[in-house]
Design a protein around this ligand. Structure first.
Ligand code: SF4
Ligand code: SF4
Length: 448
């Protein structure tokens, strides 16, 4: 698989100060400042936050609100890039204590694919982490800019050990997908503490503890059939470890930190190359009959990526992060952020313009919901602003998979309405989801 890079510098780079969940960063630069590649340009004193860095060398021409791929606007540092590779020198010590390593993760701006700053997942306030999992089920080996599958395996294994050290966790695992043969071949026989590991398929009712014992190792590499996307953390945790995550809780509540391949690669680069998180690989679909993969600087407008890939026709719609669950963009000036994984283009004739009609109570949305919610009720309550009732019906458990909207014959925008209500609840309540429920089966614990 070939990864492209952009030959031409964009006219401007737009770096949002909000690229994670938690406190928004304050700008550390002002209009007229010259910044270097890797320079920290935004930070927050809050623990639940993560630094942002310049991905180019150039002049800050504005600090203002700009389009964000989540559909809202965000205060952003706008830089006019210059043709220079001047980079901030940053050489972290190789022998960091767990506390210093966690600090380095925050300073390097490393965030998880589901938005949480990585250091807060490894060291959550008031909780202990004993196991770190790297979810590699939705990532191909090339997805994180690795040169070869072997490089991928050794760097991700190295990153797992660093993540475990930062968390103070004794156990760790990398979870691959059963049909990702390149990755399985690369990991097969990988050495950990002078012991060769085999990639063990997670089968039957066996959970991770079985494989720690069987391989006599605190680190294992597993494979399993399902893909676990961005928000399916609790299912993933249960299926791998057997630990149930209660409604309204997350894996850190049961001592598990779930990290992704991108953040693992970013940590490897920070420790071994002194490079903060300022570039990422995004895929582009809709330009040709195959997916394009492009390594881009964070802050690059979508427009420059689309042009560089040779798209010339009329664009009907631009969607960030997947056609089914992503967000349609109102401008092609929206920039790539740390959380951007995919840009999808649709031609005008491909856009579905059907208007929603009344619900016919077919219950198809209920049948397909993997967390046993009642999307048909949730969308009505969300539409009417009845957010308390949405909360009582466990809207916080929605993993935003979009299946309900796909099967709905009335073409109701169920997912958008659910997201709208979730955002409103998050803003309105400090504690948006209940910690206890009599309806545990509806939750995210794997249905036991
Ligand atoms: S998007 Fe719809 S189907 Fe998916 S979890 Fe949420 S309510 Fe259920
Ligand atoms: S799938 Fe659509 S029409 Fe059927 S019950 Fe759900 S919301 Fe109503």
């Amino acid at each position: 698989m070939e990864i492209k890079t952009l030959d031409k510098l964009p006219e401007k780079i737009i770096i949002p100060l909000r690229q994670h969940r938690g406190a928004v960063c304050e700008p550390l630069v002002k209009k007229g400042d010259r910044v270097l590649i890797g320079q920290k340009i935004g930070d927050s004193e809050e623990y639940y936050s993560s630094a942002v860095h310049s991905s180019v060398c150039g002049e800050v021409i504005a600090i203002e609100e700009a389009a964000h791929p989540d559909g809202n606007k965000s205060m952003s540092v706008i830089i006019q890039p210059e043709d220079s590779n001047e980079t901030v020198v940053f050489s972290p010590s190789k022998d960091l204590t767990p506390e210093k390593l966690a600090e380095l993760i925050k300073e390097s701006g490393i965030v998880e694919h589901y938005g949480m700053p990585t250091h807060t997942v490894l060291k959550p306030t008031g909780k202990n982490i004993d196991t770190v999992l790297i979810n590699a089920t939705s990532s191909e080996w090339i997805g994180g800019t690795f040169g070869t599958p072997k490089e991928y395996a050794s760097q991700v294994m190295d990153a797992l050990k660093l993540l475990m050290k930062a968390a103070g966790a004794k156990k760790g695992a990398i979870v691959l997908r059963t049909d990702d043969n390149d990755s399985i071949d690369a990991f097969e026989g990988i050495e950990v503490d002078n012991k060769k590991l085999r990639v063990a398929p997670l089968v039957g009712g066996r959970k991770i503890g079985y494989y720690f014992n069987e391989q006599e190792s605190d680190i294992v590499v597993l494979s399993q059939e399902r893909i676990y996307g961005k928000k399916i953390l609790n299912f993933f945790t249960y299926n791998v470890t057997g630990r149930k995550v209660r409604i309204g809780c997350d894996p850190t509540d049961v001592g598990v930190a779930v990290c992704g391949v991108k953040s693992a690669k970013a940590l490897y680069d920070a420790v071994h190359e002194g490079k903060p998180f300022y570039d990422t690989v995004v895929s582009l679909e809709g330009v040709s009959n195959h997916m394009e993969y492009i390594l881009v600087k964070i802050g690059t407008p979508f427009k420059d990526i689309i042009e560089a890939c040779g798209f010339t026709g009329d664009i009907g719609k631009i969607i960030a992060n997947g056609v089914r669950t992503g967000v349609a963009q109102y401008t092609d000036q929206v920039p790539v952020t740390k959380g951007t994984t995919r840009i999808s283009l649709q031609k005008p004739e491909e856009i579905i313009r059907d208007q929603p009609v009344a619900c016919i109570h077919c219950a198809r949305c209920v049948d397909v919901c993997p967390v046993s919610l009642v999307p048909s009720r949730l969308n009505v309550m969300a539409d009417q602003g009845r957010f308390d009732e949405c909360r009582q019906m466990h809207i916080g458990n929605c993993i935003e998979c979009g299946r309900c909207a796909v099967v709905c014959p009335s073409r109701i925008h169920i997912l958008q309405l659910i997201r709208y209500a979730k955002n409103a609840i998050e803003k309105a309540y400090a504690d948006a989801a209940p910690k206890e429920s009599s309806n545990l089966k509806l939750g995210c614990c794997g249905g036991e």
